[in-house]
Structure formats: structure tokens, C-alpha cells
Design a protein around this ligand. Structure first.
Ligand code: BES
Ligand code: MN
Ligand code: ZN
Length: 524
């Protein structure tokens, strides 16, 4: 076609489909004949309860024994059923709620492997010849299933086979829905409500994954802001405003403009507001969530090493978590007033990039002397925190950021760090994480280092010597105006290198559902 760019250079040719559809999960009362079936296998005193599992599947115990079914949490064995129906025996170990998340994740991947990806590694993805057409799988819940169990299982099943795809080729078939079948006499209404909440947690997580997985040739600050605004725009009561570079300049967002200055794709600020009917009487007040939205982090003039740099497309994972959380907060109609701020910029390198030694003036007037252009996250967060404090008069602030490599070294890939100037607030975040199935660990805002962030030529030092994650947190604290504040550094758990539990390799969506459950619990 005349005038149209060749596919290779046309960004439209690699547009991801967002949001990714998840496997649906619901609780039902009736076991269906003829539907592919999965059953849990519990370990009792270290031995698998094969009799119960066999009875539920309609096979004999000996056949499960022959398949070496151990009941270990996350072990999934395919069990052939009558008339060629698919069946699975799913180990749940000692049955602790979190084991059900492990079991659900492994089951979801086993189902996908059986009916979806027929090819396996190296196969032609267009060859879907042998794929099975399976719409439903049913899963037998145990007697006296608790809401915690159903919640964990729902998360595992919904998120465990998440797969981010950018392809014009046909999507492999997948199961549409997993039905959790309650035992007779159970309170199905209550379990169904639990599953609904867990589904919203899962979709918050999934949106955060989608945005972080999106490649940065597509994901400019403008694309990220508009994509988020388009998604949130369809939810009643959730309002999105996208601010451009002219607005940012007029308002004095010096940190965002400095970091974004090296890129040909200018920065943005996304503002989402949820009024939450009844929020004003709750005594909770106005909650502001802030998320780091660096769409790609080259390090700038303080350039990062090439190895592993590709993962810096996920450097807006904190912003993605905040966006995903706001969607769920609104869909669940949580009765609190919540504002989200996501400063978005690409930290790139060019003749217009900011430099080490520069002095930058932030939204609240504080000046920062730049030491390392790779410490860009705190530069954009400082503006957003200052704007939150002075424009929104928050009663509490929670920020989320892939802020420091040091945090990743300290806590690894499965745990996020929580810093807070308010003991109770930090505890609330960690408790919410426990309920939502995410691990957090308390980190100190050590006063011993607090004076080190004071500047010499400017008010504050951007990257002072000292323990990296703490120095970054102490820097951010300078912009919080004494508001109750929690800072969540997710540099480690925002990404995974291999699948486990409900997580798959790539962006994890970590923190999204902790934020949802944190806000949900504010009235308690
Ligand atoms: N985005 C990085 C932090 C990061 C590192 C996230 C590894 C995920 C994995 C951040 O912008 C950064 O580069 N931080 C520097 C700060 C330093 C220059 C003071 C770091 O941690 O090395
Ligand atoms: Mn950086
Ligand atoms: Zn960064």
C-alpha cells in the first residue's frame, strides 16, 4: 500500500492485545458428568489420600498409585478417565491455603500444556492441528472449603497460565472456564463472593503484567498513559487525566522533565481518581497511590551495562501495579476516596539528556543535585510525591517502584521491601500482602543515614553513598511533607525468571493486589 510503512518498522504491526484474557473461575454447586475433571490430593500424615481422590475422579485407587501420585503441593498428574475424558490429580500437600495457589498455578499450566500448546518448544506456532477443544474443566473442592482456600486456588488457576502475546498468528485454544465445585451443604454464596474478589485481584495483577511486558518500542510514555486511560475509562466512576510535557513544564515537574529530556518521546503524568461513595464518612480520608512509570531505563548518561538491559522495559511495573489496582478498586466499588499518580518518562541518552552534576528543581520547590542519571526513579517520584502532598492533601500515601538494584540483592526475587514513617501503616501493607498472597518484608528508614541525603550545592543529594534501598527511601521521604507514607520497593519481585505458583516468567504484576486489599481493609 502506498504510504504505509513496511511491517518491520511499523509499530502497529506488533501492538499487543491488552488486557490479556484470563481463564475464568467460578464456584458452582453441581458436578457435571462428561466434563474434564481435576481433583485435589491431600497429604495426611505425609501420605497421599488416594482413596478420596480416586473416588472423586471415578477411578480406582490402584490406578493413582500406579501413576505415582504423591499429594505433594503442585504435583499434577494426568489421569485418563472413562470415555477418553481428561482428568488430573492435583497435589495440595498439607492443605494450607497458600498451597492451593501453588496447586492452582500448576494445574492451569498442565491444562494449557494438554489442550493449548500442542507444539512445544521449537514447533511451528501456526500448527494447531491437534489442539483439543475443551471449554470447561471442573475442580472438586474439599469438604469445608474456606474462603482463603478458594481465594488462593482462584488466583493460581486464573494467573498460572498467563501468557503475554504479541503476534498476528492465531492464539492457541485454551480452556475458557474452570468450575470449582462445592461439596453439598457448603455456603456457596460466600465462596462465590470470595472467588469474585480473587478474580478482581487476578485481573489487577494481569493488567500490571500486560503493561510491564509491553515492549518499549510500543510503550512510550504517551502510549502507556493513553492505554491506561482507555482501560480505566470504561469503568464507571473511575476518571483518568493525562498531562503532557507542556503541562508538566508549566507546573514545575523538573524531575520528570529532566529524566524524560533525553528521549524523543516526551513524558506524561497519569492521574486516576476514584471518589468511592461513602468515602468521606469513613474516617479514612484521601488515599494517594504513586507508581514509578519509567517506560525504559537505559540509565541515561550513567549508562547501564548491556547485559540484562532488556528487562528495563518493566521499569514502570510500580505504575502498572497502581493502574491495575485502581481498576479493581473501582470494580469492587471500595468505599474510599483514592487518587493514583503515575509519572511516566523514558530514561534515555541523547544530546538533550540530563547529566550527573545537574541541579533540578522539583514540583515542591526542593532542589536536587544529580549524581547518577540511573537513579531516575526517585527523580520522577519526588515530583509526584510533592504534587500529591501539595495538590491533593492526602491522608496517606503509598508509593510503589522498581527503585533499587540493592533491594533486589537484599530480598531476592519473591519479596518486596516496605519502608514506612508510620509503623501501623507498614504493618497494614504487609498484612494486606499476606491476605492477597504476596510476600513483603519491613525495611528501616535508618536515621543514621538521614542527614546524608542533605545536599551541598542543592537542598538534597540524589544518590548519596550508603545502603542503596535505604538511601533511595530516605531521599523520597524528603518529599512526603510528613504525611503517613509507605514506600514499596519491588525491584526484585516485579519480574520472575521462571514459573512458580501463580507466577510465570516475565512481569509478575507484584503489588497490584496488595494495594487493592490494603485499600479494602482501610475501614477495619
Ligand atoms: N530501575 C533501576 C532499579 C532496578 C535494578 C530495578 C534492577 C530492577 C532490577 C533503578 O532506576 C536504578 O537504576 N537504580 C540504581 C540507583 C543507583 C544508580 C543509585 C541502582 O539501584 O543501581
Ligand atoms: Mn535507573
Ligand atoms: Zn529505573
Amino acid at each position: 500500500m502506498p504510504g504505509s510503512a513496511p511491517a518491520a518498522s511499523n509499530p502497529e504491526a506488533v501492538l499487543p492485545v491488552i488486557p490479556t484474557a484470563l481463564v475464568e473461575v467460578d464456584v458452582v454447586e453441581r458436578w457435571g458428568e462428561g466434563i474434564p475433571a481435576a481433583v485435589p490430593v491431600a497429604e495426611i500424615d505425609g501420605e497421599p489420600d488416594l482413596d478420596t481422590a480416586a473416588e472423586n475422579l471415578g477411578v480406582d485407587t490402584a490406578s493413582l498409585r500406579a501413576l505415582d501420585v504423591s499429594g505433594k503441593a503442585g504435583e499434577v498428574r494426568a489421569v485418563p478417565l472413562s470415555e477418553g475424558r481428561l482428568g488430573w490429580a492435583v497435589g495440595v500437600g498439607d492443605g494450607e491455603p497458600f498451597r492451593w495457589r501453588t496447586a492452582g498455578g500448576e494445574l492451569a499450566r498442565a491444562i494449557r500444556a494438554r489442550i493449548g500448546d500442542t507444539g512445544g518448544e521449537g514447533a511451528d506456532p501456526r500448527d494447531l492441528g491437534e489442539a483439543l477443544d475443551v471449554e470447561y474443566v471442573q475442580f472438586r473442592l474439599p469438604a469445608a472449603a474456606t474462603p482463603e482456600l478458594v481465594s488462593a486456588l482462584t488466583l493460581g488457576v486464573a494467573l498460572g497460565e498467563y501468557h503475554f502475546r504479541v503476534s498476528a498468528r492465531p492464539t492457541p485454544p485454551r480452556v475458557r472456564k474452570v468450575l470449582l465445585v462445592a461439596q453439598p451443604g457448603e455456603d456457596v454464596t460466600r465462596l462465590r463472593e470470595t472467588a469474585r474478589r480473587a478474580r478482581e485481584w487476578a485481573s489487577a495483577t494481569s493488567v500490571a503484567r500486560d503493561l510491564a511486558n509491553a515492549p518499549s518500542n510500543i510503550k512510550s510514555p504517551a502510549w502507556l498513559a493513553e492505554t491506561a486511560a482507555a482501560m480505566t475509562g470504561s469503568v464507571t466512576g473511575l476518571n483518568a487525566t493525562v498531562r503532557d510535557e507542556k503541562w508538566l513544564s508549566g507546573q514545575g515537574f523538573g524531575g520528570v522533565l529532566a529524566v524524560g529530556g533525553g528521549s524523543s518521546r516526551p513524558p506524561r503524568l497519569l492521574e486516576l481518581t476514584w471518589q468511592g461513595s461513602g468515602g468521606d464518612d469513613s474516617g479514612v480520608g484521601h488515599v494517594v497511590l504513586v507508581g514509578k512509570g519509567i517506560t525504559f531505563d537505559t540509565g541515561g548518561v550513567s549508562l547501564k551495562p548491556a547485559e540484562g538491559m532488556e528487562m528495563m522495559r518493566t521499569d514502570m511495573a510500580g505504575g502498572g501495579a497502581v493502574i491495575g489496582a485502581m481498576l479493581a478498586i473501582a470494580r469492587l466499588e471500595l468505599p474510599f476516596r483514592v487518587t493514583a499518580l503515575v509519572p511516566m518518562a523514558e530514561n534515555h541518552i541523547s544530546g538533550s539528556a540530563y547529566r550527573p552534576g545537574d541541579v533540578v528543581r522539583h514540583y515542591d520547590g526542593t532542589t536536587t543535585e544529580v549524581a547518577n542519571t540511573d537513579a531516575e526513579g526517585r527523580m520522577v517520584m519526588a515530583d509526584a510525591l510533592g504534587y500529591a502532598v501539595h495538590h491533593h492533601q492526602p491522608d496517606l500515601i503509598v508509593d510503589v517502584a522498581t527503585l533499587t538494584g540493592a533491594m533486589k540483592v537484599a530480598l531476592g526475587l519473591r519479596t518486596g521491601g516496605v519502608f514506612s514513617n508510620d509503623e501501623k501503616l507498614g504493618e497494614r501493607v504487609r498484612d494486606a500482602g499476606r491476605r492477597a498472597g504476596e510476600n513483603w518484608w519491613p525495611m528501616p528508614l535508618s536515621e543514621d543515614h538521614a542527614t546524608d541525603v542533605r545536599g551541598t550545592t542543592a537542598d538534597v543529594k540524589q544518590a548519596a553513598q550508603g545502603p542503596g534501598a535505604l538511601m533511595a527511601a530516605l531521599f523520597l521521604r524528603e518529599f512526603t511533607g510528613g504525611s503517613p507514607w509507605a514506600h514499596l520497593d519491588i525491584a526484585g519481585p516485579a519480574r520472575a525468571d521462571k514459573p512458580y505458583d501463580e507466577v510465570v516468567a516475565g512481569a509478575t504484576g507484584f503489588a497490584a493486589r496488595t494495594l487493592v486489599e490494603f485499600v479494602a481493609g482501610l475501614g477495619d
